[in-house]
Design a protein around this ligand. Structure first.
Ligand code: MN
Length: 397
C-alpha cells in the first residue's frame, strides 16, 4: 500500500451536510407515533403502531437504540445488527411492561459515507432516490398490499384505497428472528434521498412526490411541501419526511443575512473609530489652545489672548484675556507690525511681563529709542511720531 493510499484509507469518510426532516401528526390521528433521526450519517424513519400511545413508545425505543448502535464506519451488516438490536429492545421493553404488548414499529434506516448508501428496511416506511430527475423506490414494502401487487392481484391505485392497506407483514417488536432487508447503493452528485412514513406515500402519488423533490432545491422547503401535500390530501395518518442531498456541499454561509447591525458592523466600527480619532485630535488641539497665550493688537491697543492666533478650518480658537491701555502706534514699528500677527508666549505671566516691557517702552518713549543711537532707530522714532500724530488726529475726530 502506497503512502497516499494509506492516507486515503485513514481519511474519515465524507458524510452528508445538506438534509432536513419534518413530521406532522396529520389531520385525523390524536398522537404522532412516527419518529425520525436526521443526524448525519444516520437517517431514520420509524412508524410506530400499537395504539394507546404504545406506537410512540415503540418508535422511540427503536430510535434510541439506533442512535446507540449504528456503526460509525461504512458497514451494512453492522447497520442490520443495529436494527436487530432495536427489535430486541422493543420486545424486551414490552416484556418489562413498557408500552404495550404487541407494540411495534417500522424501520427505514439509511447511512451515507462518501458515495456509499446503506439502507436497512423493515415494514412499509420507504426510501426513495431521486436520480437524474427520476424517482426510484429503493425499498420494498413488507405489507399485504405489496404482496398482492407483486402477485398481480391488485393495482397500486387499488392498494391506495384497499381496506387492508395498512396491514404490514414484517415489523420490529413482534418477532425475535426478524430479518431486515439491506440495500447497498452508490449515489452520484445530484442524487436526493427521501425517507418517509406511509402517511406520505399512502396519501401522495409518486409523480407528485417526484415533482416536489425536483422543484425545491432546499431540503427543508422540500419536507414542508411534502407534508403540506399529505395534509391537503386528507392527512389520514402521521406523516414524516427526511430529505438528504448526499454529495451536496452546504451553501456558503451567506453570513445569515442577520440583523442590519451585524451586516454593517465593520463600516460602523470604522466610522466610529474615525470619529473618535478626530474627536480626540480636536480635543487635544483644543486643550493645547486653551493653555496657550499670545499678545496681539486689537483696535489699536495691545491685548492678551488665550488660545492661538488666526483660525483653523474657519474656527477661531482664541479668547480675549485682557485688553491694555497701550496703543500699538506708540510702540516701535517693528514690534507693532509683529503684534498685528500676534506674538506667542508660553504663559500668562510671560504675556504680562511682555506688556510691562511695552509699557516701559512707551513711558521711556523716544528716550529709549534715541538711546540706541542709530540712524535706523531715529528713523523708526520719526515714523513712530508720524504714526502718533496720525493717531491723535484720528482720536481728535
Ligand atoms: Mn403510518
Amino acid at each position: 500500500m502506497s503512502a497516499s493510499e494509506e492516507k486515503e484509507q485513514n481519511k474519515a469518510p465524507q458524510v452528508p451536510q445538506v438534509y432536513a426532516a419534518r413530521t406532522d401528526v396529520g389531520c385525523v390521528r390524536e398522537h404522532n407515533e412516527d419518529s425520525f433521526i436526521a443526524a448525519t450519517p444516520l437517517f431514520v424513519v420509524a412508524d410506530g403502531m400499537g395504539g394507546h400511545e404504545a406506537g410512540e413508545v415503540a418508535s422511540e425505543i427503536a430510535i434510541k437504540t439506533m442512535l446507540e448502535n449504528a456503526p460509525a464506519t461504512p458497514n451494512g451488516d453492522a447497520l442490520v445488527s443495529a436494527v436487530k438490536a432495536a427489535n430486541y429492545a422493543i420486545i424486551a421493553g414490552a416484556n418489562e411492561g413498557i408500552g404495550r404488548p404487541g407494540m411495534g414499529t417500522t424501520m427505514t434506516a439509511a447511512q451515507i459515507f462518501d458515495d456509499q448508501l446503506f439502507i436497512v428496511q423493515v415494514g412499509d416506511s420507504r426510501a426513495y432516490l431521486l436520480h437524474e430527475g427520476t424517482l426510484q423506490q429503493v425499498t420494498r414494502d413488507h405489507s399485504l398490499m405489496a404482496d398482492l401487487i407483486e402477485q398481480g392481484r391488485i393495482t397500486e391505485e387499488e392498494a391506495r384505497y384497499h381496506p387492508q392497506r395498512s396491514v404490514i407483514t414484517r415489523a420490529l417488536g413482534s418477532d425475535i428472528t426478524v430479518e431486515p432487508d439491506l440495500y447497498v447503493l452508490r449515489v452520484t452528485p445530484g442524487d436526493r434521498l427521501l425517507l418517509c412514513s406511509d402517511g406520505l406515500s399512502g396519501m401522495v402519488e409518486n409523480a407528485t412526490i417526484a415533482a416536489i423533490l425536483r422543484e425545491n432545491e432546499d431540503p427543508q422547503n422540500c419536507c414542508d411541501a411534502l407534508i403540506h401535500e399529505a395534509l391537503a390530501a386528507g392527512g389520514m395518518d402521521n406523516v414524516t419526511c427526511v430529505v438528504v442531498d448526499p454529495l451536496k456541499e452546504p451553501p456558503r454561509q451567506k453570513k445569515k443575512q442577520g440583523s442590519w447591525l451585524k451586516r454593517h458592523m465593520a463600516p460602523i466600527i470604522f466610522a466610529l473609530a474615525f470619529v473618535l480619532i478626530i474627536a480626540a485630535a480636536a480635543g487635544g488641539f483644543y486643550a493645547y489652545a486653551q493653555s496657550s497665550y499670545f499678545v496681539a493688537e486689537e483696535d489699536g491697543y495691545v491685548c492678551i489672548y488665550r488660545g492661538l492666533p488666526g483660525d483653523f478650518a474657519g474656527i477661531k480658537v482664541n479668547w480675549l484675556e485682557q485688553q491694555t491701555d497701550i496703543p500699538t502706534n506708540k510702540l516701535v514699528a517693528s514690534v507693532a507690525s509683529r503684534l498685528e500677527k500676534g506674538v506667542g508666549v508660553s504663559s500668562l505671566q510671560e504675556a504680562q511681563s511682555l506688556i510691562a516691557d511695552y509699557r516701559s517702552q512707551i513711558s521711556g518713549g523716544a528716550l529709549e529709542d534715541d538711546a540706541t543711537g542709530t540712524d535706523d532707530a531715529s528713523g523708526s522714532s520719526a515714523a513712530d511720531s508720524a504714526d502718533s500724530s496720525a493717531s491723535n488726529a484720528k482720536s481728535g475726530n
